[in-house]
Design a protein around this ligand. Structure first.
Ligand code: ADP
Length: 212
């Protein structure tokens, strides 16, 4: 009787360890309007990953007029970044709301070096690490054209020309330094983000397949 119990216990422990070590933590990176959200939905479906978009979380909170939503609305509407100290708890809650997934796609996070450092710590405490950072390369001119079009279609308050230009400035100043940060860690890949949605998706999958 003792042996089967011990055997089952060992098997369970093994499965838990495998699960911890093989969580695929994928960061999709790029300027606003580079197609992160569109591609994330397709990647999540194909690879059974949970898609966590900090932008979507904020927009939901703004829509529902929660305390967080009221706090961040004017910041987001002006194209600035939400203060770093708010991010990590939001992320922890988002991660904890899923169970039984193979991994995560982080879309819109991290956006600053401080967020990336805190994220490393958080993953380390769970015996995990970032598996891959994939950047979508799109130039500023194309970004402005795309976001002006999105403004007409979706009416997002942070898609006016002035705010778009500010978001790009903020991206170059605060978020782009993360490229060097992750290059140094040897887990950074980049692909050209202009083309059809399916072409770009297929190029993304080729990269993911080398890591997953
Ligand atoms: P984008 O289309 O610019 O990629 P998102 O939908 O990802 O936009 O985010 C919209 C806004 O939400 C950002 O401009 C920013 O104000 C806020 N935001 C989202 N994620 C973060 C983050 N990780 N840190 C700070 N602010 C964030």
């Amino acid at each position: 009787m003792v042996i089967p119990t011990v055997y089952i216990y060992l098997q369970l422990t093994f499965l838990i360890i495998i699960n911890i070590y093989y969580m695929f933590n994928f960061i999709i990176f790029g300027p606003p309007g580079s197609g992160k959200g569109t591609q994330s939905a397709k990647i999540a479906e194909k690879y059974n990953l949970a898609h966590i978009s900090t932008g979507d979380i904020f927009r939901k909170n703004i829509k529902e007029k929660t305390e967080l939503g009221l706090k961040v609305k004017s910041i987001i509407d002006s194209g600035e970044l939400v203060p770093d100290e708010l991010l990590i708890d939001i992320l922890k809650d988002a991660i904890n709301s899923y169970s039984g997934v193979r991994g995560f796609i982080f879309d819109g996070f991290p956006r600053t070096i401080r967020q990336a450092d805190e994220f490393e710590e958080l993953l380390k405490s769970k015996n995990q690490k970032v598996s891959l950072v994939l950047s979508l390369k799109v130039d500023d001119e194309e970004i402005i054209t795309r976001l002006m079009k999105r403004a007409e279609e979706q009416g997002r308050l942070d898609d006016t020309r002035e705010v778009i230009e500010n978001r790009l400035k903020v991206y170059h100043r605060q978020t782009e330094p993360l490229i060097e940060y992750y290059k140094k860690k040897g887990k950074f890949e980049s692909i050209y983000g202009i083309g059809t949605i399916d072409e770009i998706f297929s190029n993304i999958c080729k990269v993911i397949d080398r890591y997953i």
